[in-house]
Design a protein around this ligand. Structure first.
Ligand SMILES: C[S@@+](CC[C@H](N)C(=O)[O-])C[C@H]1O[C@@H](n2cnc3c(N)ncnc32)[C@H](O)[C@@H]1O
Length: 250
């Protein structure tokens, strides 16, 4: 995480408590850890408590792409019983925890929030803080590496928020998405464009996935002005590509 883009990007969130600098500057000094209360503009009756702690990397705070994706899911996909759900680059678990709290999910299909190993304690703490241990599991998953055995091998829903910011990781993320997605699964993918290179992710991803921008939501539409984009990603239909022949890397 020390190599990530250091552009300063300012943005606002519809939750006043989250209006903070959007810098993805690597944090070398541990910052104060704090707990935020997040209701997603009232979409959650019982707000989430989310600990932020940047000492293990940028995932230790809440990012606007995560806020937007969580709100979109709460508004439009609140009925998810029987779905198997995996979140990539979950940071503190914002999106997965929001879904666990505000959507209808079955305890038989827990939500897997995943990130690199150092983020595990923060994810686990946030699960505990919200009493969601029965339906949310934290797992270490490094993009580009073999999938951990504990998660569903082909979940029906994959979530990823603000995972596009470090160009060398683009093929790794694409490779993990290829491994996770089945022809039946969908990935809700939200990212903030901070620099021109970020659109290269889409260019690369379009070689192996069908990608449609989601715009049928006023919040999503308004967020485009802040360079936040939401996409639906699916495997290209059979015959249009070959997994083995893909040059997406990983
Ligand atoms: C900007 S944060 C977004 C966190 C959260 N999704 C949100 O929207 O608030 C990006 C996350 O991607 C994770 N990440 C970066 N590279 C990764 C990799 N190679 N494998 C797994 N996770 C990675 C980081 O640890 C970090 O938690």
């Amino acid at each position: 995480m020390e190599d990530i883009d250091s552009n300063q990007v300012l943005s606002s969130s519809s939750e006043p408590s989250l209006s903070v600098s959007e810098s993805l500057v690597p944090t070398r000094k541990p910052k104060d850890a704090g707990v935020k209360t997040v209701s997603f503009d009232g979409l959650l009756n019982e707000p989430l408590l989310l600990q932020e702690d940047l000492k293990e990397g940028c995932g230790g705070r809440l990012w606007p792409a995560g806020m937007l994706l969580a709100k979109y899911m709460l508004r439009h996909h609140s009925n998810l019983p029987g779905e198997s759900i995996v979140e990539l680059g979950a940071g503190g678990g914002l999106v997965g925890l929001a879904i666990a709290r505000g959507c209808l999910v079955s305890p038989q299909s827990p939500i897997y929030i995943t990130d690199q190993e150092p983020m595990l304690p923060l994810m686990e703490n946030n699960i505990r803080l919200n009493n969601l241990s029965s339906i949310v599991m934290a797992t270490a998953l490094n993009w580009g590496e073999p999938l951990p055995s504990g998660i569903p091998s082909q979940p029906t829903i994959v979530l990823a928020a603000d995972c596009v910011y470090f160009e060398p990781a683009f093929p790794l993320l694409i490779s993990t998405l290829q491994k996770l997605l089945s022809p039946e699964s969908v990935c809700y993918f939200c990212f903030k464009r901070r620099r021109r290179a970020d659109f290269r992710f889409l260019k690369l991803a379009k070689k192996v996935f069908d990608i449609d921008e989601i715009r049928h939501d006023p919040d999503v539409e308004a967020s485009r002005r802040e360079n936040l984009f939401l996409y639906l990603i699916r495997l290209k239909k059979v015959g249009h590509h070959s997994k083995a022949g893909s040059n997406a890397g990983g």
